[in-house]
Design a binder for this molecule. Structure first.
Ligand code: ATP
Length: 385
């Protein structure tokens, strides 16, 4: 279900913004328009949808309009034209009261600079949003403690913010946003100020939280590696505030829309970011370990397959080869354990773990449940690029 819909959005800063439209039409760039009429074109004709439960990453260089877009979405600043629907409601046309209500229900914010109150405890910082909603103390503490637990800060409730490291402070920032249980999290470069190791830790934390909470997240970054790691979808803005490409991480990496995107993609070591899941295919068929030999053979022959993956209650146990089935008493007798699967623990792993294998590699999740397979031809293609 679509939760956020942005249509023909323009944001032009300065007086009489409408003067900028004909110049935009003429194809003038931001600098030229500013020199001519003094207005700054922050965003030009942005269109996109965000589905419920996805992490939607907005990526671009400094000045591309990322923060402007986020501010338009929760209407911290007014749009110049276009509309933004939040769960079907056009946020651009709401009264102050309606805006307050929609913000409370829908938006949690996490900022790069944390935005915490240094003299308050962790608990009171996390409870801030609920306090503003005038929720009684015991109730807001109860909700806040849950959020604190979720970000791994249990035991730190009574600490002062100043006693915490940067990474811990941002955990508080995330807990504060989550405590109000918003449908949408708006995250403006939340990890950019953190050192690289902590940054990776925080990315992992966000993915872990997201698995449980399934929020709709708009995440801003200028780092394509981060975008690929976190995004279900990525939207790239150029330095003119225009949308240049939108797609899955795989689409961005494998089919960059133009030289601008290509220049970002070049910087990425694909073998460290392309996850197994991105190349994973579903097999034409799988068989269960208790399948009768005759029906297994019939099915394989019908699909002209040389081998099939064998599952036992959804878990991968090995492969059987069509040729060998003829001389086996049961499917269980015929199973060949593929060495390659030992290497693959989760569908989120990155590629190099199995590039030495000769066979299509079965992919399992952390519980051993069969998810699909990866064809090595596809892996080689990627690495070659
Ligand atoms: N209040 C304002 N008045 C005039 N111009 C503005 C205003 N806010 C932003 N801009 C301009 O709009 C453009 C987009 O800015 P924005 O801050 O959204 O970019 P950004 O991609 O978030 O950059 P950064 O990564 O540096 O935060 C820039 O050219 C900026 O100078």
């Amino acid at each position: 279900m679509t939760l956020i819909e942005v249509n023909k959005l323009y944001k032009i800063f300065g007086k009489k913004p409408e003067k900028a439209y004909p110049l935009i039409e003429e194809g003038l760039n931001r600098t030229e328009i500013k020199e001519k009429i003094g207005n700054v074109v922050g965003l030009r004709n942005i269109n996109f949808d965000v589905e419920e439960g996805e992490i939607f990453v907005v990526m671009g260089l400094s000045g591309s309009g990322k923060s402007t877009l986020l501010r338009c979405i929760n209407r911290l600043i007014p749009t110049t034209s276009g509309n933004i629907l939040i769960d079907g409601t056009d946020i651009c046309t709401l009264s102050k009261k309606e805006l307050r209500e929609i913000r409370t229900k829908y938006f949690g914010m996490v900022f790069q600079k944390f935005g915490l109150l240094p003299n308050r405890t962790v608990l009171d910082n996390v409870a801030l949003g609920l306090e503003v909603q005038k929720m009684p103390q015991n109730e807001r503490y109860e909700k806040s403690e849950k959020a604190i637990d979720l970000v791994g800060l249990s035991g730190w409730e009574q600490s002062k913010i100043t006693e915490l490291s940067g990474g811990m402070q941002q955990r508080v920032g995330i807990a504060r946003a989550l405590s109000i249980d918003p449908k949408i999290l708006l995250m403006d470069e939340p990890f950019s100020a953190l050192d690289p190791i902590i940054r990776v830790e925080m990315q992992e934390l966000l993915l872990k939280i997201q698995k449980r909470m399934k929020k709709t997240i708009i995440f801003i970054t200028h780092d394509l590696n981060e975008a690929i790691k976190l995004g279900d979808k990525i939207m790239i803005l150029n330095e003119q505030g225009e949308l240049v490409q939108m797609g899955t991480p795989e689409q961005i990496l494998l089919e960059p829309a133009n030289d601008f995107v290509e220049s970002f993609v070049k910087e990425v070591d694909k073998t460290t970011v392309i996850r197994v899941e991105m190349l994973m295919k579903k097999p034409k068929m799988t068989i269960t370990i208790d399948t009768e030999i005759s029906s297994a053979m019939k099915a394989l022959e019908k699909l002209e397959m040389d081998y099939a993956y064998v599952l036992d209650q959804g878990k991968y146990v090995g492969i059987v080869e069509t040729e060998q089935l003829k001389s086996c008493k049961s499917v269980a007798d015929c199973i060949i354990k593929t060495k390659s699967v030992e290497d693959i623990k989760t569908i989120n792993q990155v590629l190099p773990v199995f590039i030495t294998s000769e066979h299509p590699v079965p992919v399992i999740d952390i519980d051993g449940v069969f998810m699909g397979y990866v064809d090595l031809k596809d892996v080689v293609e990627i690495i070659k690029d």
